[in-house]
Design a protein around this ligand. Structure first.
Ligand SMILES: Cc1cc2nc3c(=O)[nH]c(=O)nc-3n(C[C@H](O)[C@H](O)[C@H](O)COP(=O)(O)OP(=O)(O)OC[C@H]3O[C@@H](n4cnc5c(N)ncnc54)[C@H](O)[C@@H]3O)c2cc1C
Length: 378
């Protein structure tokens, strides 16, 4: 069978690309090796660009468009299949929990406020400062913080469930899924015309590469460097027996860690950012200690929680932390949709929609030029 499109990789980016391709009627094959350490299976699920003060404006614009696109996608998925996605607007607190965070908090307050004013949303009602006491009322285990900003519109999603829902919906539209490894791309001169899986050549009109942290291998075949490397993240799911956590907001502070509450008396405490970890998706004693120390620094009220599960994922991190989206200069028939690092659940479905559109000849609705592979000097 010949395909209009082949997608390499079945994490959120690949599955969402396949979802949008099949929605447009393209005959699509998804090939996934399901590596241990798939980032999508470990992701915390925070969707909140309006409280981000770390990433540059190009990221902020794409992420803001991405989260505005989420509710329509979730609604559509709920009509197309019966699985939950864990998506909810649960709110988020950004706090300075100790003296050394006050300067970072002030900087965040300035950036968040400037972006709120320049975009004209969220409204003041949806994004504003709250007192330390109000913050604690919202998230009872919280430390006595120095300051807090509260976003009412911040959302969360369960990466595993979303990935499954997208795959089920695309499957109902005849997506073909193959478990296996794409060994190489097929090149006819300057054109990619298919892939080789298990020694078999499969032809397609276009190939999308969404290989997560494993994407770099394809750079060699395309004659370009794709500077994506694994960054290990360890995240600990804590159980709070008989506690109603369903209305608790997410919390982040300024040592790069955060807490995400889920309705089943559970709080996910994340996460390590182990740049240079290599392909080693296992827990470490230092990583577990770091995550627990940080969780209890920000929320000492979690000290009695049980450890339910530890998840480990390899974030696909680029050398400049921005994703890589779109065609490869000088090679037709191939598109990259990778390198989303710590924010792939936020950007993922929207990045995938734009790249799927490009594969079908549609100009993207958001500016993708900052995310071209060409920025690395191809
Ligand atoms: C601990 C942690 C917390 C996170 N928290 C958040 C968060 O709060 N908010 C947020 O927005 N993001 C978060 N992220 C980031 C997000 O999870 C990732 O950016 C995103 O899931 C990446 O998806 P992906 O599809 O690119 O990669 P992956 O999910 O890693 O999937 C890549 C897939 O490609 C397959 N593959 C690779 N090569 C081949 C090949 N040759 N042939 C076939 N298949 C292949 C792999 O086997 C794998 O299944 C977090 C990540 C981690 C690890």
């Amino acid at each position: 069978m010949a395909f209009d499109a082949i997608v390499v990789g079945g994490g959120l980016l690949g599955t969402a690309t396949a979802y949008h391709l099949t929605a447009a009627g393209a005959r699509t094959l998804l090939v996934d090796r399901a590596d241990v350490g798939r980032a999508t299976d470990a992701g915390a699920g925070i969707l909140s660009p309006e409280t981000n003060s770390r990433d540059p404006d190009a990221w902020f614009r794409l992420a803001s468009d991405a989260v505005e696109d989420y509710p329509a996608l979730i609604e559509r998925l709920s009509e197309e299949q019966s699985g939950d996605t864990g998506y909810a607007r649960c709110g988020k607190l950004v706090v300075a929990a100790s003296d050394d965070e006050i300067e970072s908090f002030e900087r965040a307050r300035r950036i968040i406020g400037e972006r709120q004013r320049s975009r004209g949303r969220p409204t003041r009602e949806d994004l504003h400062e709250v007192s330390p006491a109000e913050a604690r009322e919202l998230f009872p285990p919280l430390a006595r913080v120095h300051g807090a900003i509260y976003s009412r519109v911040a959302a969360r999603v369960d990466g595993r469930l979303l990935n499954r829902a997208l795959r089920t919906a695309a499957g109902a539209r005849a997506l073909v899924v193959r478990d296996g490894s794409v060994e190489r791309l097929v090149r006819d001169g300057d054109r990619v015309s298919g892939v080789v899986v298990g020694g078999e050549t499969i032809a397609a009109g276009g190939v999308a590469i969404a290989g997560g942290a494993w994407t770099e291998a394809f750079g060699r075949q395309l004659g370009v460097a794709i500077p994506v490397a694994p960054q290990r993240g360890q995240i600990i799911h804590l159980g709070l027996r008989a506690t109603d956590t369903s209305r608790w907001p997410m919390v982040s502070a300024f040592h790069h860690h955060y807490l995400v509450a889920w309705p089943d008396s559970r709080v996910a405490a994340g996460a390590t950012r182990e740049t240079g970890s290599g392909f080693a998706p296992h827990t470490t004693s230092a990583g577990v200690r770091e995550v627990l120390d940080e969780a209890l620094r920000v929320a000492p009220g979690l000290a009695g929680a049980e450890i339910r599960e530890i998840r480990v994922g390899l974030r696909p991190l680029t050398s400049d932390t921005l994703p890589v989206l779109g065609p490869v200069p000088g090679v037709s028939g191939v598109f990259l949709v990778t390198g989303h690092g710590p924010t792939g659940l936020t950007l993922g479905p929207y990045s995938a929609k734009l790249v799927a559109g490009q594969m079908l000849g549609k100009p993207p609705a958001s500016d993708l030029s900052p995310f071209s592979i060409a920025r690395f000097g191809v």
